[in-house]
Design a binder for this molecule. Structure first.
Ligand SMILES: [Zn+2]
Length: 229
C-alpha cells in the first residue's frame, strides 16, 4: 500500500519547493525566474514557421518537419539539453515540437492519430549520455500524440554522423535499427529526432518500420542544419 494521494501530493509539493530553493530555475535564454524557457524566448523560436519539406526520393519517409534552423538560441538550447544534460529543457522543447506538428496538421501535411517514435540510441550510447534526448522529447509531447518508443530499437553501435559525408552517413547507419511489431497501421508515424542534416538516420528508421506498415511516416526535428535530402 502506498501513501494516500493527499499525503503524496503534499510530499511532492514540498519536494518541488525545496528543489526550487536549492536549484532555482531560470529561463535559459533571458534568466527570467520560474521557467526554463519563457514565453517571450519561445516566441523568438516561433518567429519563423516550421520548415516542411517533402522527400525528393521514393521512400517510406514522406517528409520532414523542422521546428527551426540549427542556429542561435535553438542551437544553444539543443547543446544544453543534449550535451550538458539540462533535461529540464525537454518540456519546453517538446512544446515547440507540438506547435510544429499542429501547424503540419492544419496544413494537411499529416493526419491524426499521430504516433511519436523517438529515434533510439544504442544502449551503449544511452549509457554514455545517461539519457536519450529523443525519448525525453517524445515523452513530453502533447497528450494528443501517442508515445510509441518500444517499436524501434537500435541494434548496432554507430560512430557519430557529425563529421561524415552524405554517402558515408547512409553506409554508417545502414541496418542500425530493428522494428518490433505491432506497428501502427493508421494516421501518421512521426519519427522524433533533435537535429537533421542529411536525413540518413530518419530514412533508415522509416525503411525499417516501413517493412511492417504502409502508414505515412514523417520526421519531426527540433532543428535543421541545412537539410541535404
Ligand atoms: Zn526568456
Amino acid at each position: 500500500m502506498g501513501l494516500p494521494l493527499r499525503k503524496r501530493n503534499i510530499i511532492t509539493t514540498w519536494t518541488r519547493i525545496s528543489q526550487d530553493a536549492v536549484f532555482p530555475c531560470f529561463c535559459f535564454a533571458c534568466q527570467k525566474p520560474e521557467t526554463y524557457l519563457c514565453e517571450q524566448c519561445t516566441a523568438l523560436i516561433h518567429a519563423t514557421e516550421p520548415l516542411i519539406t517533402l522527400n525528393k526520393h521514393p521512400s517510406p519517409l514522406i517528409g520532414v518537419i523542422a521546428c527551426a534552423r540549427y542556429a542561435g538560441l535553438m542551437k544553444e538550447l539543443i547543446h544544453a539539453f543534449k550535451y550538458n544534460g539540462v533535461q529540464e529543457l525537454a518540456l519546453p522543447l517538446a512544446h515547440i515540437i507540438d506547435t510544429a506538428l499542429a501547424t503540419a496538421v492544419s496544413l494537411h501535411s499529416i493526419t491524426y492519430p499521430l504516433f511519436a517514435v523517438p529515434i533510439p540510441l544504442h544502449a551503449r550510447r544511452e549509457r554514455e549520455r545517461g539519457f536519450n534526448q529523443n525519448t525525453l522529447l517524445a515523452h513530453h509531447l502533447s497528450l494528443m500524440i501517442t508515445h510509441t518508443p518500444s517499436i524501434l530499437k537500435r541494434t548496432s553501435y554507430t560512430h557519430s554522423q557529425t563529421r561524415l559525408k552524405k554517402h558515408e552517413r547512409l553506409l554508417n547507419i545502414k541496418g542500425a535499427f530493428c522494428a518490433y511489431p505491432p506497428i501502427p497501421q493508421s494516421g501518421t508515424i512521426v519519427l522524433i529526432d533533435d537535429v537533421i542534416t542529411t536525413s540518413a538516420t530518419l530514412q533508415e528508421a522509416a525503411q525499417c518500420l516501413g517493412a511492417y506498415t504502409k502508414t505515412p511516416m514523417w520526421g519531426c526535428v527540433l532543428a535543421h542544419d541545412d537539410i541535404r535530402a
